[in-house]
Design a protein around this ligand. Structure first.
Ligand code: ADP
Length: 496
């Protein structure tokens, strides 16, 4: 516990807490400059008071985005000029990597090393990837019956409303903003109320990179107020949302009941991680551990149902427990710490409730099971074995450091059990047999199947869910379709 008692002072200061609207940092119009608190999940203490948007602020942001879209200069710039701004932003992200990573850790609780060495480089990489697309977006010409010249124009869709969650604040910012800007849209983005700080910093860097005012507007605030105002705004042309399945249904309805804006959703998951009988158990344990515990277990695609073949089950459980006991929990600013606190009191209590439900449902608690230390939202790495499909811990998204291990006998059975869920976001397969890998990858109903790897998030790889895990794909070429309209232009040919 010592590590949690003596906390490192974050090596960064909080400079941006107002909304970014039309290129200016501004207070809330609503509620007489109303603010809400941002917390340090290590201490449960307030670290900043952040402008809190309501419908009026969202409307101001949408007006700025509308004007920037309708009057330019953004859509009138050449695609190459837009691409250069994205590249300049990526360079600034590299330059300010340490401050951004420190701010992310301070407000979110994720290990600083993870933020600085993995997430920030992937943020810059993603913007460079989409900078590459900006000047390669174009339509087609096609032969049509009759004497007509037919062409398609791929045009930006307009003002994009984007609502993001708290588990990867900057990465989610990138997945939304990168493709939308590459296609020439303007944006109003609402961050999660738990983690408003890093997107505002990134917004400042975008101004520095030369992004014209009003192209990227960022508002902070709560879901049912600011989020709902954005989802139901009549002048927002497209909505992209990442969050829980429950809220996904709400925003889809808000979009439908207002102006029928198209919606992409990236929602919850309960992803299987399947360890086959031929697996090298030590390697499988390590990968399954990573698949679940990464980011405090707060990943929509976490491998949260660890299916292990009966031949290797006992050895796997023993080693998975030993690995979880070795997991280093503590102040996420300290070197070598693998696990920081959960995001907030609500999530912390929810994870502990699920652990209690696991114990009550007769799963075997192998290790963990309680809070870690006496302050902050730290939870002990927890492993349950003997988990059955119908238990709550095998069905619900826990979003915490709780591994559930289930036993299986054959491939047909494990495919069927893996697919018996309302979710279909991702799956992990661990085997040395190519036929087994192929059978599983084709049989699993999930948007991503990682074979002998997990959480590989290259900018080029599409990500999204089957079933109630979402609608549409983000990243890669697929994300461009979300932010483009296709216009068919047909003209008669005088002299065919
Ligand atoms: P979580 O349960 O992980 O916090 P949510 O789906 O509630 O996930 O939150 C994800 C994002 O959706 C956040 O930015 C949140 O503010 C926003 N949100 C929550 N409720 C609504 C709502 N009714 N309308 C629009 N956005 C919402």
């Amino acid at each position: 516990n010592a590590a949690v008692e003596e906390l490192v002072t974050p090596p960064v200061k909080i400079s941006y807490t107002q909304h970014l609207i039309n290129g200016q940092f501004v207070d809330s119009a609503s509620g007489n400059c109303r603010t809400f608190p941002a917390y340090d999940p290590r201490t449960e203490k307030v670290i900043a008071h952040v402008a809190e948007a309501d419908a009026e602020d969202v409307d101001r942001a949408v007006k700025a985005a509308r004007k920037a879209f309708d009057e330019g200069p953004w859509p009138k710039m050449t695609a190459y000029e837009r691409s250069l701004i994205l590249l300049r932003f990526a360079d600034l992200v590299d330059k300010h990597r340490d401050e951004l990573a420190a701010l992310e850790t301070w407000n979110n609780g994720k290990p600083y090393e993870q933020a600085a060495k993995a997430e920030l480089p992937s943020l810059a990489r993603l913007f460079r990837y989409y900078a590459g697309w900006a000047d390669k977006i174009h339509g087609m010409t096609m032969p049509a019956d009759g004497h007509h010249h037919v062409q398609t124009l791929h045009e930006p869709i307009g003002v994009a409303g984007q609502i993001i969650p708290w588990n990867f604040p900057l990465i989610m910012f990138a997945w939304k903003v990168g493709p939308a800007l590459a296609c020439g849209n303007t944006i109003v983005l609402k961050t999660a109320e738990q983690t408003p700080l890093t997107a505002l910093y990134a917004g400042k860097l975008f101004q520095e990179a030369g992004l014209p005012p009003g192209v990227l507007n960022i508002v902070s605030g709560y879901g049912p107020t600011a989020g709902a105002a954005l989802a139901s705004h009549m002048d927002v042309d497209k909505l992209a949302f990442t969050g829980s399945t429950e809220t996904g249904k709400v925003v889809l309805q808000l979009a439908a009941n207002s102006n029928l804006k198209p919606v992409t959703l990236e929602l919850g998951g309960k992803s299987p991680f399947i360890v086959c009988e031929d697996a090298n158990v030590d390697k499988a344990v390590e990968l399954a551990h990573f698949a679940l515990f990464f980011n405090q277990g707060q990943c929509c695609c976490a491998g949260s149902r660890t299916y292990v073949h009966e031949r290797v089950y006992d050895e796997f459980v023993e080693k998975a427990k030993a690995r979880a006991l070795r997991r280093v929990v503590g102040d996420p600013f300290r070197k070598g710490v693998e696990q920081g606190p959960q995001i907030d009191s609500e999530q912390f209590k929810k994870v502990l409730r699920y652990i209690k439900s696991g114990v009550e449902s007769d799963a075997k608690l192998e290790c963990g099971g309680d809070r870690f230390g006496s302050r902050g939202y730290f939870v002990q790495p927890t492993v349950f074995s003997n988990v059955q499909d119908d238990m709550l811990i095998a069905q619900d998204e826990i979003f915490g450091p709780v591994q559930s291990i289930l036993k299986f006998k054959d491939l047909k059975e494990v495919i069927q059990r893996s697919n018996t869920t309302r979710y279909g976001l991702a799956a992990g397969v661990f085997t040395q047999n190519i036929d087994t890998a192929n059978t599983l990858s084709r049989g699993l109903r999930a948007g991503t199947v990682w074979v002998n790897c997990f959480d590989v998030f290259d900018a080029a790889i599409p990500f999204g869910g089957y079933k109630m895990s979402g609608i549409g794909r983000e990243k890669g070429i697929y994300s461009l379709h979300n932010y483009l309209q296709v216009k068919a232009v047909v003209t008669p040919l005088k002299n065919p």
